[in-house]
Design a binder for this molecule. Structure first.
Ligand SMILES: Nc1ncnc2c1ncn2[C@@H]1O[C@H](COP(=O)(O)OP(=O)(O)OP(=O)(O)O)[C@@H](O)[C@H]1O
Length: 596
């Protein structure tokens, strides 16, 4: 187990945690001050009535022996009133705190999700989805629990303790002094335990992430798991992750609960001492009434719970701070792709595209695009071909501004795409990828997502153009058929035609197409081919081509290798030249229509 960092590193870590805590409170309180203010008033009542209930114990005992009966009635009424008020105050406090807390969780989750949407694809490439899931769902809850502990600790428990100690001092000043020894001893013991909690908590979170990851992979990779009989391997991974979490959770409970025997023993010893001392006092020197002693002992016993909670407060906060750290790590994540403050809107209408000495690498010192200059004239179709890993899909990503080029420019209608608004860029360019992502929604809604204002008729027309209408209508619920997670019941060709229907709806003047490498059956192939022909009419099309038919229809072919344009020209030119394209053509395309 990693040890608590000592020296400067440890100091810095603690300082960071403290400043995050301050930030959490500063961000949360002002906005919810009405709820918290009311909750704090309720807590003052809880504290006051708790102290009063300890004090009235003395009155009860003394009134029993008093000759005046009316005092008994008065005390009885007092008891009833105190407990009634305490009940009401506790209820109000719980409800108000929960409301403020729930609101904070909701707001933080929305903020976290927005932050996620702000991230470019580079962020998602480098972050595990299970980690993201945990951050959005759990960390806000943990932050809320930290606030709860602080507010209830500092207000309710602290005031209750002060009230009870006041009752103790009022009833038995001498005995109260004895109890002052107990406090510091307990706090010291708890501090020792605190050191370990943070690390155990971090490990527990790591274990939870692993559990989510295994479950997620089992679900999304179900076919691979079954096809390769990976069940026992997955079960083993899950078992080890679950065991880890179980072990950490047990350790956490052990650490937290370790404060109880410590405090119980100290309390027991203190009570024993009080009993002895008070026996001497009450019966020997008659320093106070039996009622006073009763009230004192009651206040002392009642003080135990809030004192215990207060001394464990830092331990509990330490546990929750793990979530606060995770939450702010995501919230403070800089946007990986930002819109320029003076970004302009691209004007609607036909468009051309130009790459100007573009260089790009995913990782430092490993260039993937190595100085490409290409013009894509308005309304023409360009096929990008070349060996796997040459950088073709990366070029499309740069045109879509999924990443920014390290140097050079991507221009749409002569404007650098870093200087235009994302909205207008997305309106200009539509993309049909190899992998069509479908949301858990109806077919109609999946299509409408790309143009929310489209009417049902327009959507159906787009599906017709994409040759998707026929198969959609063959489903029992037609366009209202719910597509499960990522549309697993659809065939590859059907998914592609839905993607094409989306592109039809977008009506963008530039179309980027990453042709599927997997071969479709010949009927699907014809339908997809025909649908593509329809949407590329008059549109500037750039297609990563894997089929001979696509290459043949292109106005120009660019052979991309090692991040550079090795050859470019018409099919006729390149075949004549007898270079790399010719070799690829002979090897891959000439053998058959579908072979990539
Ligand atoms: N997200 C990424 N992070 C890091 N490296 C990447 C990423 N995506 C692609 N690469 C690398 O960049 C290089 C170019 O990949 P790219 O997908 O652009 O090639 P491609 O020509 O489209 O290949 P294919 O025809 O097989 O799809 C490859 O070496 C690949 O490993």
């Amino acid at each position: 187990m990693p040890k608590e960092k000592s020296g400067l590193a440890g100091w810095l870590e603690r300082k960071t945690a403290d400043s995050l805590l301050v930030r959490l409170l500063v961000e949360s309180f002002p906005e919810h001050k009405a709820h918290y203010f009311a909750a704090i008033i309720a807590m003052v009542f809880v504290a006051g009535t708790t102290a009063a209930s300890a004090w009235i114990m003395g009155e009860i005992v003394d009134s029993m022996t008093a000759p005046d009966r009316s005092r008994v009635y008065l005390v009885a009424a007092g008891v009833a009133l105190i407990f009634f008020l305490k009940g009401i105050a506790s209820f109000a406090q719980a409800v108000l705190m929960a409301r403020a807390g729930n609101r904070i969780v909701a707001q933080k989750q929305i903020q976290l999700y927005r932050k996620l949407l702000d991230q470019g694809v580079a962020f998602f490439n480098n972050t595990e989805s299970s980690d993201v899931l945990l951050r959005v769902t759990q960390s806000a809850q943990m932050a809320r629990s930290v606030i709860d502990v602080i507010v209830t600790g500092f207000v309710r428990d602290m005031l209750t303790l002060i009230g009870l100690v006041a009752v103790m001092i009022y009833q038995q000043p001498l005995l109260s002094a004895v109890c002052l020894v107990v406090g510091p001893a307990a706090v010291f013991g708890v501090q020792l335990i605190l050191r370990k909690v943070r690390h155990v908590m971090a490990q527990e979170m790591a274990g939870l992430t692993e559990i989510i990851k295994v479950v997620q992979e089992t679900s999304t990779g179900a076919r691979v798991v079954k096809a390769f009989a990976l069940e026992s391997q997955m079960a083993q991974r899950m078992e080890s992750a679950v065991r880890q979490v179980e072990k950490r959770a047990n350790k956490m409970v052990r650490l937290e609960a370790a404060t109880s025997p410590l405090m119980d023993t100290i309390t027991g010893l203190a009570i024993a001492a009080i009993v002895i001392l008070s026996a001497v006092q009450v019966f020997g020197q008659a320093a106070g009434t039996a009622g006073q002693l009763m009230s004192f002992v009651t206040a002392f016993l009642m003080a135990y719970e809030p004192a215990k909670r207060l001394s464990r407060m830092r331990v509990t906060i330490e546990g929750g701070m793990m979530g606060v750290r995770m939450m702010y790590a995501l919230l403070d994540q800089p946007r990986s792709l930002t819109e320029a403050p003076d970004a302009v809107d691209l004007t609607d209408g036909p468009s051309g595209l130009r790459l100007e000495d573009v260089r790009f690498s995913y990782a430092p010192d490993r260039p993937v695009i190595d100085g490409i200059t290409l013009d894509f004239a308005e309304g023409t179709t360009t096929a990008l071909v070349g060996p796997s890993g040459g950088g073709k899909s990366t070029l499309l990503n740069l045109m879509l501004r999924m990443y920014d080029a390290d140097s050079g420019r991507v221009l749409v209608d002569g404007t650098d795409i870093r200087q235009v608004t994302f909205a207008s860029l997305r309106r200009k360019i539509s993309y049909v990828g190899q992998d069509t992502f479908l949301f858990s929604a109806s077919v109609m809604d999946n299509l409408r997502m790309v143009r929310p204002q489209a009417s049902d008729e327009e959507i159906i027309e787009a599906a017709r153009v994409a040759h998707a209408d026929e198969f959609i209508r063959s489903f029992p619920q037609g366009y209202q058929t719910q597509i499960g997670e990522n549309g697993t019941f659809l065939s590859g060709g059907q998914r592609q035609r839905l993607a094409i229907a989306r592109a039809v709806l977008r009506k963008a003047p530039i179309l980027l197409l990453d042709e599927a490498t997997s071969a479709l059956d010949s009927h699907s192939e014809v339908l997809v081919r025909d649908a593509l022909d329809r949407i590329t009419q008059g549109v500037t099309t750039i297609v990563v081509a894997h089929r001979l038919s696509t290459v043949m229809r292109a106005d120009r072919i660019c052979y991309i290798e090692g991040g550079q344009v090795a050859e470019a020209g018409t099919l006729h030119d390149l075949l004549q030249a007898g270079g790399k394209f010719r070799a690829l053509y002979d090897q891959q395309f000439a053998g058959g229509e579908n072979s990539p």
